[in-house]
Design a protein around this ligand. Structure first.
Ligand code: GDP
Ligand code: IMO
Ligand code: MG
Length: 444
C-alpha cells in the first residue's frame, strides 16, 4: 500500500462492499469519493448482513477512520438512518467518521425532480434509483448546490435555501406540474438533520492530505461501476458522477501521483439494474438461474438485476479506463450451476466483427456477442480457501480472463461472507507504475 482505489468494473453491484470490508484489515482509512445513496454495498460478517449506502464499508472494522469525500452527494435523512443502525449494532462512529463540508446535500426537490424527469422520459427512462442523485449533481455543476458546510451553518443555509427554493418551486410547478415545496417545512426538517450531523462535518480534503503525508494506508471505495460513468459509460444510461478510478482525484482531493494502484472488482458474470444496452444479457432460463443463484436483486431498490455472461470486450475497456492493476473476482461460486460457461470475446455489429467496445449507443444496442465456451466445473466452490482448493476448470476460467484483460486475478471471492475469500497474489503488491504499459492483453 499506501493508497489503492477499489472500483467496480461493470455496471455496479460487483461486490465492492464485500471486498472493501475484506481488504480493510490491511488499511487504516477508507474513503468514499463519489456517488450517494444510489449505491448499496453489502457486507456479511459472521453471518450478519449490513447494507451500506453511503458510509464507507470499512466502518465495520473497529478503529478504522472513514471519510466521505467532497465528490459525494449526501441525503441527510439516509445518513442519519445509517448512523443509527450502525450505532445500534454496536459500531461506534463518533470521532472516526467524517463527512466533507464540500459534499453536496440532496434536497427534497432533487428527489421530486428525479422522479418527475423519469416520468417525463417515458419509454426512454434511465431507471434511476429515484434518490435525487442526477438533479443534485446537476445543481452542483450549475452552481446552485447546497453543501454540507452550508447546511450546518444555519444562517447560510436559510439564505441559500430561500433563494434556491423559489427557483426550484418554479420548475416543479410551472414546468413539471408538481406540487411546490414549503420553505418552513424543508428548513425545519433540514435544521434538525444539521443538528445531528454537525459533529461529523469536517474538512475532509485536509484529513486525506494529512493521511497521505503520514503515509497512512488508504483505500478509496468506488461506488457504481465503469459502465455507469458519466463520461465513459453507456450514456445516457449512466449515473451522474465519475465512477472510474480517475474520479478519486477530484472526489477526494488527491493527485494521481498519490494513488499506487487500482483494484478492479469484476463479477464472474455480468449484471445490470436499470435501463440501457447490455450486449451479453440473458433473457432466457440461464439468466433466470443466475439471478436466483446469485440473489441478484438490487441492494438499494430491490429491483431484479438483469443477468448475462462475462463480457471481455466491455471489461477490456473498463480495465483501461481505470488503469486496473489487479482483479478481484467475485461470485464465481454462482457459475457452478452452469455448463458451459460463456465469455464474450468479440461483438458482431451489423455484420462486422469488432474487439472494441463501441462508444455509440446505437452500435452497442446492435452488438451481437461472439462467445468462447469454457467447460463448467459443476461443483460447489464456496468452501474453497486457497487457489489449490479450486477445481482445475475454475482455475482455467480465471486464467483465461487474465489473458483477455492483461491483468492478474489476485483475489477470488467465493461467497458473500468475509471469510469466503481466496488470496492468491497480494493486490497491494502491484504498483500502478508501468503495469498497464507492460502487460499486453492477448487479442480476443
Ligand atoms: P456492491 O454494490 O458492488 O457492493 O455489490 P452489492 O452488495 O450491491 O451486490 C453484491 C451481492 O453479492 C451482495 O448480495 C453480496 O453479499 C453478494 N456477494 C459478494 N461477493 C459474493 C461472492 O463471491 N459470492 C456470492 N455468492 N455472493 C457474493
Ligand atoms: P453500487 O455502488 C447498480 C444505476 C441505476 C440507473 C443508473 C442511474 O451499489 O454498485 P441514479 O439513481 O444513479 O441516477 O441511476 O445507475 N445505479 C446503479 N446500479 N449499482 C449501483 O451502485 C448503482 N447506482 C446507480 O440503476 O440505471
Ligand atoms: Mg450495490
Amino acid at each position: 500500500m499506501p493508497a489503492y482505489v477499489i472500483v467496480g468494473m461493470q455496471w455496479g453491484d460487483e461486490g465492492k462492499g464485500k471486498i472493501v470490508d475484506y481488504l480493510t484489515k490491511y488499511a487504516e482509512i477508507v474513503v468514499r469519493h463519489q456517488g450517494g445513496n444510489n449505491a448499496g454495498h453489502t457486507v456479511v460478517v459472521d453471518g450478519k448482513q449490513s447494507i451500506l449506502h453511503l458510509i464507507p464499508s470499512g466502518i465495520l472494522h473497529e478503529g478504522i477512520v472513514c471519510i466521505v469525500g467532497n465528490g459525494t452527494v449526501l441525503d441527510p435523512a439516509v445518513v442519519i438512518d445509517e448512523l443509527d443502525s450502525l450505532n445500534a449494532a454496536g459500531y461506534a462512529t463518533a470521532g472516526r467518521l467524517f463527512f466533507s463540508d464540500c459534499a453536496h446535500v440532496i434536497m427534497p426537490y432533487h428527489k421530486a425532480l428525479d422522479k418527475a424527469q423519469e416520468r417525463f422520459r417515458g419509454k426512454n427512462r434511465i431507471g434511476t434509483t429515484g434518490r435525487g442523485i442526477g438533479p443534485c449533481y446537476a445543481d452542483k455543476a450549475d452552481r446552485m448546490g447546497i453543501r454540507m458546510g452550508d447546511l450546518v451553518n444555519e444562517a447560510v443555509f436559510k439564505e441559500k435555501l430561500g433563494a434556491i427554493l423559489e427557483y426550484k418551486n418554479g420548475v416543479l410547478e410551472k414546468v413539471l406540474g408538481e406540487t411546490p415545496l414549503q420553505f418552513d417545512e424543508v428548513f425545519d426538517e433540514y435544521r434538525g438533520y444539521a443538528g445531528q450531523l454537525r459533529p461529523y462535518v469536517a474538512d475532509a480534503v485536509k484529513l486525506v492530505h494529512d493521511a497521505v503525508a503520514a503515509d497512512r494506508r488508504i483505500i478509496f471505495e468506488g461506488a457504481q461501476g465503469a459502465m455507469l460513468d458519466l463520461d465513459h459509460g453507456t450514456y445516457p444510461y449512466v449515473t451522474s458522477s465519475t465512477t472510474v478510478s480517475g474520479g478519486v482525484c477530484a472526489g477526494a482531493g488527491v493527485g494521481p501521483t498519490n494513488v499506487d494502484g487500482v483494484i478492479g472488482i469484476v463479477k464472474a458474470y455480468t449484471t445490470r439494474v436499470g435501463e440501457g444496452p447490455f450486449p451479453t444479457e440473458l433473457t432466457d432460463q440461464v439468466g433466470e438461474q443466475l439471478r436466483r443463484e446469485g440473489n441478484e436483486f438490487g441492494a438499494t431498490t430491490g429491483r431484479p438485476r438483469r443477468c448475462g455472461w462475462f463480457d471481455a470486450i466491455q471489461l477490456r475497456r473498463a480495465a483501461r479506463l481505470n488503469g486496473m492493476t489487479a482483479i478481484v473476482m467475485t461470485k464465481p461460486d454462482v457459475l457452478s450451476i452452469v455448463d458451459p460457461i460463456r465469455i464474450c470475446t468479440a461483438y458482431n455489429i451489423n455484420g462486422s466483427v469488432t474487439h472494441d467496445f463501441p462508444t455509440s449507443l446505437e452500435a452497442l444496442e446492435n452488438a451481437v456477442p461472439v462467445y468462447e465456451d469454457m467447460p463448467g466445473w459443476n461443483e460447489d466452490i464456496s468452501a474453497c480457501r486457497t487457489w489449490d482448493d479450486l477445481p482445475e476448470k475454475a482455475q482455467r476460467y480465471f486464467e483465461r480472463i487474465e489473458e483477455l484483460l492483461g491483468v492478474p486475478v489476485c483475489t477470488i471471492s467465493v461467497g458473500p461472507g468475509r471469510e469466503q475469500t481466496i488470496e492468491r497474489i497480494d493486490p497491494f503488491s502491484i504498483s500502478a507504475c508501468g503495469t498497464m504499459r507492460g502487460m499486453t492483453p492477448e487479442p480476443a
